[in-house]
Design a protein around this ligand. Structure first.
Ligand code: APR
Ligand code: ZN
Ligand code: ZN
Length: 375
């Protein structure tokens, strides 16, 4: 492409500080260095984790270009890049797969040690940035940064997908869909006929519901403080909807009563300590499995009576549904294209990229499951 090797000037949404709207401005995007890929973003979902940052609950170095749930086309590649070439369709993954580290070499591990999610530095692997705005260097986010017309990522975080994949939709296979779906099918390994409870009926929780249903769960209890989420949740397969604010006792006690002895599988897809404890206590004391997917506020500590585990419960967390991203995300895209999985109902809104702040408002108001930005 004629832009290869040159700086590209384009529009990006910049988070200068938290608790302020994102600012659409012109940025300069440097060409990719060795091992890096420059991508023209075509679509990006707005995920709950992006909002945790804008609200200042979860910390990342600012100013930055946020966004991690993207799909796009490779514009140019740096020296030594071999897994993608210009023109390839790709998904941006917040969880890299370097194929060399301890996690990547383990049969099940997917938390690549080169991730920049848990203690984010916000820079490329060589410690520098490819984004400049008004003479100031910007941080990247989760090694991705998708709220921009062009981004630069390390090859290990770039997932090559089928040439025929619909880029305006598959962006949600970058995070929300696999995070929830994989929590049910890979991590909990939900069994046919079981009872499941899903805390949070947003993008991630809705994908958990799809996973529970695909695995043959007989009963799926959905919990959310926003009752506006209930109609869509029922359409996805939730059998009972509960608003914790309608009960005088803790919601875990309500769930245990409803299910007799607690649910077989519970999932946390909100990201608060209280709902993590509630999810743990909602599963059966002996054989229940609780999977946490929500990103908690920076510095939080989870505290509960350890005998809750001694009785046999399993408490497990997971990152992106335990998928090995570069190997397995393309297979999810293939399954979607073969209509083996139907994630279309999760995309409830589409907006042009420049209306990104409206998209965040939709997420916060609970009116949408996923809002996809189109570039
Ligand atoms: N109790 C019940 N439901 C709640 C509560 C609460 N205390 N607080 C928020 N919710 C609901 C919201 O009403 C919303 O429907 O949780 C849902 C969260 O959904 P989204 O905002 O769409 O977020 P999502 O993208 O699904 O991410 C959820 O998973 O991967 C993580 O970091 C992500 O922590 C985030 C979580
Ligand atoms: Zn790795
Ligand atoms: Zn996400």
């Amino acid at each position: 492409m004629e832009t290869a090797g040159k700086v590209i000037t384009c529009r990006a949404a910049i988070a200068w500080t938290s608790n302020a709207p994102l600012s659409i401005e012109e940025v300069e995007v440097d060409p990719p260095k060795a091992g890096e890929v420059r991508i023209k973003i075509i679509s990006s979902g707005i995920c709950g984790s992006d909002d945790h940052i804008t609200e200042g609950k979860t910390k990342t170095p600012l100013p930055a270009i946020l966004g991690h749930e993207g799909a796009g086309i490779v514009e140019s590649i740096g020296e030594g890049v071999s897994s993608v070439k210009p023109g390839d369709k790709v998904i941006t993954s917040a969880v890299p797969q370097c194929r060399e580290c301890d996690s990547c070499l383990h049969a099940k591990g997917n938390c690549c040690l080169k991730e920049d999610v848990f203690s984010p530095v916000g820079l490329m692997l060589d410690g520098t940035s490819r984004f400049t705005c008004r003479g100031r260097k910007l941080h990247n986010f989760f090694g991705t940064s998708t709220f921009t017309e062009y981004t630069v990522m390390h090859e290990i975080s770039v997932v090559k997908i089928d040439d025929a994949a619909p880029l305006e939709k598959v962006c949600i296979i970058a995070c929300g869909f696999p995070t929830g779906y994989g929590a049910a099918v890979n991590v909990a390994q939900v069994t046919p006929g079981s009872t499941c409870v899903v805390f949070g009926l947003g993008g991630v929780g809705s994908a958990v519901v799809l996973g529970c249903r695909a695995a043959g769960a007989a009963r799926i209890i959905g919990i959310d403080i926003n009752e506006g989420k209930f109609a869509r949740a029922k359409a996805l397969g939730v059998t009972d909807c509960l608003n914790p604010q309608n009960f005088k006792k803790p919601i875990q006690e309500v769930v245990v009563e409803m299910t007799g002895f607690g649910a077989d599988f519970t999932f946390e897809a909100i990201g608060t300590i209280e709902t993590m404890v509630a999810a743990l206590e909602s599963c059966n004391l002996s054989y229940g499995v609780c999977v946490v997917t929500g990103l908690s506020p920076t510095g939080s500590q989870l505290s509960f009576d350890p005998t809750k585990l001694l009785s046999g419960r399993i408490l497990k967390g997971c990152l992106l549904g335990e998928y090995k991203t570069r190997d397995q995300i393309p297979l999810l895209v293939d399954d979607y294209m073969k209509k083996k999985i139907d994630m279309d109902p999760l995309i409830t809104h589409r907006l042009p990229f420049i209306k990104i702040n409206e998209g965040f408002e939709l997420l916060r108001s609970g009116k949408c499951i996923r809002c996809v930005l189109l570039f």
